[in-house]
Design a protein around this ligand. Sequence first.
Ligand SMILES: NC(=O)c1ccc[n+]([C@@H]2O[C@H](COP(=O)([O-])OP(=O)(O)OC[C@H]3O[C@@H](n4cnc5c(N)ncnc54)[C@H](OP(=O)(O)O)[C@@H]3O)[C@@H](O)[C@H]2O)c1
Length: 271
Amino acid sequence: MLFSTIGEIKQQDNDASLSVFEVDLSSFSSIKKFESGIKQWLLDSNLHPSIQLLINNAGILATSCRVTSDGYDQMMQTNFIGAFVLTNLLLPLLKFSPVPSKIVNVTSFTHRCISNTDLNEGTLGAKIFDCLPTSGSYPSARTYELSKFCLLLFSYELHRQLHLVDPSLNISVIAADPGVVETQIMREIPPIISELAFKALRIMRLLQSPESGVNSIIDAALAPSDASGEYFFGGRGRTVRSSKLSYNAQLGKNLWSRSMMLFEEVQRSFD
Ligand SMILES: NC(=O)c1ccc[n+]([C@@H]2O[C@H](COP(=O)([O-])OP(=O)(O)OC[C@H]3O[C@@H](n4cnc5c(N)ncnc54)[C@H](OP(=O)(O)O)[C@@H]3O)[C@@H](O)[C@H]2O)c1
């Protein structure tokens, strides 16, 4: 699939410098290897040592609790922690871009299910960074919603930091929500249930094809720099307000400090 995409791009621009890198967002060492690989490739290809666009699209809807080799809940590490670590590792390259650069975080309308009661002081960190017990039932939907809410809090906090602390930095941070899309997101759910769910959503005219679902992400990727801090939803350049709680700057700050402690720990482990 990726190699056919490379072929298609080459057909349009034979001089394009292209490469494919693998990364497992649920593994810090894989993320580090990815960052080193990109830097080396930019150097070897004699390209400007910078990045113009980062789209954090990877996400899973896990139905069981699985602990990663780094000791975190796999869904939380893939959907939020990994994106946080990757973005911060790549931030110097994004800041070094000679043209305005952009970070697009692919979140979900399900972040709206997270309320104040899910986040009372003290439990936010524990729910994100402490691995859940493997016995008993796994709160699959709740963990997914929380991971997408965290990705959104992180987007807005990074936007505030980049724009308030140093407005001369030309980096936008944008959230994109594809809506309900018929993809492989329900791959862990028994086919009989996921097919039934897709059928019901299709009847309600809520289900989109991947070709149409991707529009909000493309809109975010192509948006002008002053769209930083926006939430793209529905295609055709449309932006909407996300949940009231997602704009809570104190929550964003708390999540940032806790995530940054982890990021610094991860960085030290690479030294
Ligand atoms: N579908 C929806 O209705 C919907 C709604 C709102 C938001 N979203 C969000 O949209 C994004 C894309 O999901 P999708 O609907 O396209 O689902 P999908 O078809 O299951 O695609 C998920 C993508 O994430 C990648 N991925 C999974 N785990 C990864 C990891 N550890 N490291 C790196 N990549 C990983 C997968 O790669 P492999 O295929 O190689 O495993 C795949 O490319 C997700 O963030 C999801 O939460 C989807």
